[in-house]
Design a protein around this ligand. Structure first.
Ligand code: UD1
Ligand code: CA
Length: 448
């Protein structure tokens, strides 16, 4: 039997923030969500999270995790005190307890599996995941013999200057034999520099304490402040970019780009500097993204160029050119072979195949047919002050420069709109429509 406990009750004082620490985000995902996904495939019998400081907020953020049991630690007197709160709910539990720190977000499932395997095989009372760090500042130091038996874990603030030189650190991830742990849990004291009940003292007290040293210490980076948070983000981004570069994606200047865990790329994609992809993004083959673009929760087909543009919740089909300086807002769909050019904003609209919107336009709540040409400066006036109205434009229709289409409105197929028109009435197929003042010329108006 296995239970998992995630420690997430602490305030995170060093973050200097009103947001509870485990709700800060790395790679667009909260720390606690990351810890949960690291153990998603472990399939424990029980999964418990210990909350305290702003616990309701944390609980609210996790409403989708129906499998979670919430335990409240009030006040928060340290990591050992947090685990003491489990005693009532795990009273009859027999088996192992995997403890994860809510502020250690980059841990991999494989590493957890290795820790569990080592724990089972060595019949230890506790097995602790450790890391050898060149800069161990802030971490508890682990003192062990050559056989991997732990003598003690001493928090940095309680170390002598000699002890502080030890670079073997505690990751905050442990597997305990629950029965053995409960026998000593109430003996933990708070006689230490921080006046807290430390879980690390439980490891020191148990007689068969082993450790597993992790290969890549970056995986157990803990987040106590914004500098460590930025380091974690950098590690995560580097891993994601390297993963995709190994699959053939070209990054011209990798360090200047960020992507999310939920992005996927086809063959021969080039990502130019300062390009960022957030949320779920699916990018097809032969796409060229950037420089200077922001793409979130969008799907892009094959042979698409996006330059200096912003795109949210949109679907872009194949053979399309976007930008520079285009803004595609949610629920935009651009079908094959379109061109969306400079300073064009599109919102909640379907743009048919082979349509060009090349310059300075706003297209909102619209449905455009195929082979439409939207002249420079065409605006769909979709909002009448109360509600949003639809514009429908048929196939092969052209709007002249500076047309305003007052919605709700429907232009048929093959319509031509004269430049500078303000169109308020529907226009039938094949028609030319012009709605502007006749030009007046007053000769010899100027005196000189
Ligand atoms: C802890 C370890 C340290 C280890 C480091 C790894 C202890 C005493 N020290 O130190 O050896 O190197 O993690 O990252 O365990 N928490 C509670 N209730 C509390 C206090 C904390 O739930 O009363 C939670 C926090 O929300 C956090 C986790 O426990 O998710 C760790 O607490 P933190 O105060 O960050 O411990 P560290 O000082 O980093
Ligand atoms: Ca910490």
């Amino acid at each position: 039997m296995l239970a998992i406990a995630i420690l997430a009750a602490g305030k995170g004082t060093r973050m200097k923030s009103n947001i509870p620490k485990v709700l800060h985000k790395v790679g667009g995902c909260t720390l606690v969500e990351r810890v949960l996904s690291s153990c998603e495939k472990i399939n424990p019998d029980r999964k418990v999270i210990i909350i305290g400081h702003k616990g309701e907020q944390i609980k609210h953020s996790l409403t989708d995790h129906k499998e979670l049991e919430f335990v409240i630690q009030q006040p928060q007197n340290g990591t050992g005190h947090a685990v003491q709160q489990l005693v009532p709910i795990l009273k009859d539990f027999e088996g192992d307890l995997l403890v994860l720190n809510g502020d250690v977000p980059l841990l991999k499932t494989y590493t957890i599996q290795q820790l569990l395997a080592k724990h089972l095989e060595s019949h230890a009372e506790v097995t602790c995941l450790t890391a050898r760090l060149s800069e161990p500042d802030g971490y508890g130091r682990v003192f062990s013999d050559d056989q991997g038996n732990i003598d003690a874990i001493i928090e940095e603030k309680d170390c002598t200057s000699e002890q502080r030189k030890n670079t073997l650190t505690n990751s905050g991830v442990y597997c305990f034999n629950w029965r053995k742990l409960t026998q000593i849990l109430s003996d933990l004291s708070n006689k230490n520099a921080q006046k807290e009940i430390y879980l690390t003292d439980a490891v020191t007290k148990l007689s068969i304490a082993k450790h597993l040293e992790i290969d890549d210490p970056r995986e157990v980076s803990g987040i106590n402040n914004k500098i460590q948070m930025a380091q974690c983000e950098a590690f995560l981004q580097e891993d994601l970019r390297n993963f995709w570069m190994n699959k053939g994606v070209t990054f011209i200047d990798p360090a200047s780009c960020t992507i999310s865990d939920n992005c996927c790329f086809g063959n021969d994609v080039v990502i130019e500097p300062q390009t960022h992809l957030r949320g779920h993004c699916h990018i097809g083959d032969n796409c060229h993204l950037g420089p200077g673009s922001f793409i979130s929760n969008s799907s892009i087909g094959n042979n698409v160029n996006v330059i200096y543009s912003v795109m949210n919740n949109s679907v872009i089909e194949n053979d399309i050119f976007i930008g520079p300086y285009a803004h595609l807002r949610p629920d935009s769909k651009i079908n094959n072979n379109c061109k969306i050019g400079n300073f064009v904003e599109i919102k909640k609209s379907n743009i048919g195949q082979n349509t060009n919107i090349s310059h300075l336009s706003y297209i909102g709540d619209s449905d455009l047919g195929s082979q439409v040409n939207i002249g420079a400066g065409t605006i769909t006036a979709n909002y009448d002050g109360r509600e949003k109205n639809k514009t429908i434009i048929g196939d092969h229709t052209k709007t002249g420069a500076n047309s305003v289409l007052i919605a709700p409105i429907k232009l048929g197929d093959n319509v031509t709109v004269g430049a500078g028109s303000t169109i308020t009435e529907d226009v039938p197929d094949q028609a030319l429509t012009i709605a502007r003042n006749t030009q007046v010329i007053k000769e010899n108006w100027s005196q000189c």
